[in-house]
Design a protein around this ligand. Structure first.
Ligand SMILES: [Zn+2]
Length: 85
């Protein structure tokens, strides 16, 4: 969706700029029209990142869905309802 700024697993650092992914450049380039598809793609990637990273899962999900109104508490509720937390 945003060329040049893609994640490297298992660190989830950006291949393009080494910032934690989704990096600032990725975030700036994600257009509003791309957001509906991005929710699906980024949620799937967030599940992989939750497995790779030693961070609270709700923090990881919030990081990946920064452009939504979800709070970390909302993310925790979603994760619990789907058996991921
Ligand atoms: Zn980047």
């Amino acid at each position: 969706m945003v060329s040049g700024h893609l994640p490297r697993r298992p660190s989830w650092a950006c291949r393009g700029c080494a910032e934690p992914w989704p990096c600032p450049a990725y975030r700036r380039r994600l257009r509003p029209a791309q957001q509906p598809l991005a929710v699906v793609v980024l949620t799937t990637q967030a599940v992989d990142a939750i497995r790779d990273l030693a961070e609270p899962p709700e923090r990881v999900l919030r990081r990946f869905l920064w452009f939504t109104p979800l709070t970390e508490a909302d993310c925790l509720a979603v994760l619990r309802s789907t058996g991921h937390a």
